[in-house]
Design a protein around this ligand. Sequence first.
Ligand code: ARG
Length: 470
Amino acid sequence: MTADPSPDTPPAANLQWGGRFAAGPAAIMAEINASIGFDRKLWRQDIRGSLAHAAMLAHVGVISAEDASAITDGLGAIAAEIEAGRFVFDAALEDIHMNIEARLVARIGEAGKRLHTARSRNDQVATDLRLWVRDAIDGLDAQLAELMRALASRAAEHAADAMPGFTHLQTAQPVTFGHHLLAYVEMLARDRGRLTGARARLNECPLGAAALAGTSFPIDRAMTAAALGFDRPMANSLDAVSDRDFALEFLAAAAIGAMHLSRLAEEIIVWCSAPFRFIALSDAYTTGSSIMPQKRNPDAAELVRAKTGRMAGALLGLLMVMKGLPLAYAKDMQEDKEPVFDAAEAWALALAACAGMVRDLRPDTDRMAAFAGAGFATATDLADWLVRRLRLPFRTAHHVTGRLVARAEARGVDLAGLSLAEMQAEEAGITAEVFAVLDVASSVASRASLGGTAPANVAREAARWLAALG
Ligand code: ARG
């Protein structure tokens, strides 16, 4: 930060509004005001928007065809400069819009000064950020599909491999590993649905709303909207420049998506911990410890889990910025970009890391199957058998089974370790046939209800997803 210049050497007034202003801003004013440090990310969208605007201005006769073509060439050259890293971003020019406009004027002179006719930075920035979020959505949607593909193909591979299913993280009933993985496929499909919905609503064009009230020039907003791939122009100029719902919806989708990934990450962490050892991650997705030679830490999964914090924070942060803002634009809204950029970047990283880990992980299917049967996991199968074969009311069957579990526990055996006589001591009608429902494979196979964990269901669902994802 530089100190304020002395009063006899005032900084030069801003080029864009130098008519009204005799002097430039205080150093701290310039520093708090400038957004070029982060909004330079919008350069592609800004140039796209300006190209569409210039073509439209020429089409309706507000600027000449020659000026429009000079602007188009100039913007093309600026894009090449930025791409090549040769463009000098200047904080004194505040933001990406004025940096590019100033460079255009420097390159092509008078014609460049006509570009901002019938436009304001307010509709310009709203347009740029919508375009950016739309591109981000398309990229993230493809990444979500990729992770779904990875999960579904591992699910197909392990459609019949049993593992303990948990409630309260206590052994509940056996499920298959494939079924468990497909649960995440369903969540990610809803995440994509949220992005699709957000995209459909954001795809209206603010350009032409100008500062807030529209413009007296005979602009063609449908033309710029179409050129930029929007479905239509936004209907109300005040709304067009002050709405940030699209960014909030994106951040809400990101926060929910991150929450899903954090649950997957947490399970990966738990599953590869030493007491579980249900899965192993290779060297590619783990780190060692500088002091404990035996360690293999699932850092990528931990960081995926942690990203949820900043992504949910991004949503809350922008909600707080927008809350209570009077119409139309206020500079507060410049604070919309960093949370959006940050959440998009975090989501992309987390999705890529998850897809990598899902492909990488090696399940220990024997160990999972052994634990699937432990902890009286098939007690419900026994109760269901009592209902089906002996016509006991389910609540009675639950009590009988509970007493059998208590007996087995007291003897230190599992349910199948009880003798038929011991079973009959609790319920005289029990026959040897009951032992068939106590093993894990028949337990999972029997759960063939719609959405249930039966291997046949899981194989069918995995195949359906793989076909749908292409
Ligand atoms: N850099 C500003 C932003 O991101 C651009 C819009 C400025 N508009 C204004 N009236 N000062 O919001």
